[in-house]
Write a protein that binds this ligand. Structure first.
Ligand code: TYM
Length: 334
């Protein structure tokens, strides 16, 4: 709790081009939560280096992501928006938690298995212990709720296990966090293979809608979306492509599945694809304009970066010092 409010924490990697999945599964749901929660939204640049990065590109993308958070409607005066690398407590707590995490636990992580298959020439220790850094991110702020898409649930589960293990030894040090999953959009699928999640690392550019795609590209990608030969717009497992389009439509418009199905009843797949494409483009166009506008306001953005790093460091430092005391590190001499 901070000032009587529950704490909410989430983060995103600035690696690759962010997709509609990132937006609908996470970012869009973060907007407005600051009325009820104390919110921390981190650009997790330290996570990004588990895969080799070009330094200039990483720096540029990290800033663009921080700006995107604000452009999406997260008010930086009410929410703490900051870079992970500006708060050294993240890496410090991660080291400590590494010593309370088992190799077997990390070995089971599906994301590690996927990523090590993809980057066979660079299976580094950071990639392996990535979930421990993520646990440190969350636990540093005594987080109650973590809004994420479905693919992060396994990481959140391990975070809870580590926290409970630590608390069992040292008393109530960490709040045990709960996932906070949006009702729609928690798993947006690839437009080219609707059995697979939409991912920024997909090699087929038509599989993912990128947040910075222009209007025509968005509409074209939806027109090419893989569907099926059933010819009926229904929401069921046998029609994953159609189901995904309905999910995207509902996540963008706030309509229920039932309302969407009524709207498209008796219409063809072409109509559905065009309608979803237009809806997504209508959502992305103002977002892109706001990003461009904020990017020009260097002073404003720099001010946010500075103030919020200080705020995050204050809260993270409190937890880190508590942990250090509990495990027996010597007190500082003032
Ligand atoms: P990342 O950067 O891969 O994704 C950011 C957020 O987007 C969600 N997401 C999706 N949601 C629905 N459909 C999809 N196709 C889709 N693709 C991505 C993810 O679930 C996530 O919420 N490890 C995290 C970053 C992280 C973090 C944290 C998150 C680091 N520390 C602490 C929460 C709390 C990651 O790589 O997310």
């Amino acid at each position: 709790m901070i000032d009587g409010k529950k704490v909410l924490f989430s983060g995103m990697q600035a690696t690759g081009n962010l997709t509609l999945g990132n937006y609908l599964g996470a970012l869009k749901n973060w907007v407005g939560l600051a009325d009820d929660y104390e919110c921390f939204y981190c650009v997790v640049d330290e996570h990004s280096i588990t895969v080799r990065q070009d330094p200039a590109t990483l720096r540029k993308r990290s800033r663009a992501l921080l700006i995107l958070y604000i452009a999406a409607g997260i008010d930086p005066k009410k929410n703490c928006i900051y870079y992970q690398s500006h708060v050294s407590a993240h890496a410090e707590l991660a080291w400590i938690l590494n010593c309370y995490t088992y190799m077997g636990e990390m070995n089971r992580m599906t994301q590690f298995k996927d990523k090590s298959a993809k980057h066979a020439d660079n299976i580094n220790v950071g990639l392996f212990s990535y979930p421990v850094l993520m646990a440190a991110d969350i636990l540093l702020y005594q987080t109650d709720l973590v809004p994420v898409g479905n693919d992060q649930l396994q990481h959140l589960e391990i975070c809870r296990d580590i926290a409970e293990r630590f608390n069992n030894i040292y008393g109530d040090v960490f709040t045990i966090p709960e996932p906070y999953i949006g009702k729609v959009g928690a798993r947006i699928m690839s437009l080219q293979n609707p059995e697979k999640k939409m991912s920024k690392s997909d090699e087929n550019p038509n599989a993912s809608v990128y947040l910075m795609d222009d209007r025509d590209t968005v509409i074209r990608k939806f027109r090419r979306a893989v569907t099926d030969s059933e010819g009926q717009i229904l929401y069921r497992d046998e029609q994953p492509g159609i189901r995904n389009l309905i999910d995207i439509y509902c996540a963008c418009t706030g309509k229920t599945k039932e309302a969407a199905l009524r709207e498209f009843d008796g219409r063809g797949y072409g109509d559905l694809k065009s309608a979803v494409g237009e809806t997504v483009a209508d959502l992305l166009t103002p977002l892109q304009a706001r990003c461009a506008e904020l990017t020009r306001d260097k002073e404003y953005i720099d001010g946010i970066i500075k103030d919020n790093a200080e705020k995050a460091s204050y809260f993270a430092g409190k937890t880190l010092r508590k942990v250090q005391r509990k495990i027996g590190f010597p007190d500082r001499v003032r």
